[in-house]
Ligand binder design. Sequence first.
Ligand SMILES: Cc1cc2nc3c(=O)[nH]c(=O)nc-3n(C[C@H](O)[C@H](O)[C@H](O)COP(=O)(O)OP(=O)(O)OC[C@H]3O[C@@H](n4cnc5c(N)ncnc54)[C@H](O)[C@@H]3O)c2cc1C
Length: 379
Amino acid sequence: MDFRLTEEQLLLRRTVREFAETEIRPHVRDWDQAQHFPVELVPKLASLGLLGVQFPESYGGAGMSAIDYCICIEELARVDPGVALSVAAHNGLCAAHIAMFGTEAQKQEYLVPLARGEKIGAWGLTESSSGSDAAGMRTTATLVGDCWELNGSKAFTTHGRVGDVMVAMAVTDRAAGPKGISAFIIERGTTGMTPGKKEDKLGMRASDTSEVIFDRCRIPAGRLLGEVGQGFVGAMQVLDAGRIGIAALAVGLAQGAYESALRYAQERQAFGRTISRFQAIQWKLADNATRIEAARLLTYRAAALKDRGVRTTVESAIAKLFSSEIAVKAADDCVQIHGGYGFVKDYPAEKYFRDVKLTTIGEGTSEIQRLVIARHLLS
Ligand SMILES: Cc1cc2nc3c(=O)[nH]c(=O)nc-3n(C[C@H](O)[C@H](O)[C@H](O)COP(=O)(O)OP(=O)(O)OC[C@H]3O[C@@H](n4cnc5c(N)ncnc54)[C@H](O)[C@@H]3O)c2cc1C
């Protein structure tokens, strides 16, 4: 067991950190306030390979490992968790689903432009009445001649408005339950597919989130992704890997919040000394540094197992659960250490505090991660 990163990984971390500091940091507040998805950043993310991190170079990707992917997501989240969420959803949900289950023709047509960053990906599992209980979805897909016709809607879709390619799950056989759900690839502009309400969010506001509506939306039969009835099972496998990305996002966010608190504690004076001299503040800093390190190790462990081809359902759930919950604490302590300045927008503390909550909700809530872990313990 070697806990050191390789020289290449250290270089990767420095490169993405520098990119985030120069290309993202100056805009974080504006994008957040305007709820602006930074489409202008997409070519720059693409040029670094950040929109196809783990996909083979032969499919337009950067051919990096799952640990490399964690490093990239962490460094983006350290500066802007909203951008990191978009990158994670594009890579870890839409493109990953096509990479895992697509035919060679589908990979050439969709994965290659997604991995190159020429197209943005969206992924629709959640519906307005089914999130944790995703198999309770209502959207249907029916074969009509040589087309599938989709009817229904998806909720909270990352890139629901800006996505060029969407992977959506729909019921093809109601009686078969979860085994009656299939996955489909739908291109933006297809008749019958329209973005619905853009969500006005608490945090992660630079990441586009909206409803997507399917009204007699017909797509060629060849856009079925994977086998009929395997869409839900496939989506769960996609989430196993996707959750490692959200864990990395939480680690990066926690790191950003912690660094911000550390810096402030060394500047702010009270009672004639910097507040970093007070033991109450030191303990907060020490506890956060410790928790972040533990979360990072859990996340890298899940990633290392994924790199070895091991199914990581439990390890991903453990990493996501722990990382997201310690990140909530890190963001809370960051605000507390900033005092009143943690409550206003002049400092990044309040934004970390708003953004972090998504990490305990998206790609499965903390309660659902505990269910996954407990199911394993009791099996
Ligand atoms: C910013 C953002 C981006 C998102 N992006 C996407 C995306 O790109 N694609 C996509 O498909 N989805 C996306 N989602 C949806 C997200 O995955 C869901 O919101 C999440 O899975 C929770 O589902 P829900 O909102 O329906 O909550 P519910 O499932 O209604 O849960 C409500 C509460 O009940 C609890 N609960 C539910 N069932 C149980 C149980 N069995 N035991 C204990 N507690 C339970 C939950 O933990 C939660 O606390 C996104 C959400 C947000 C906020």
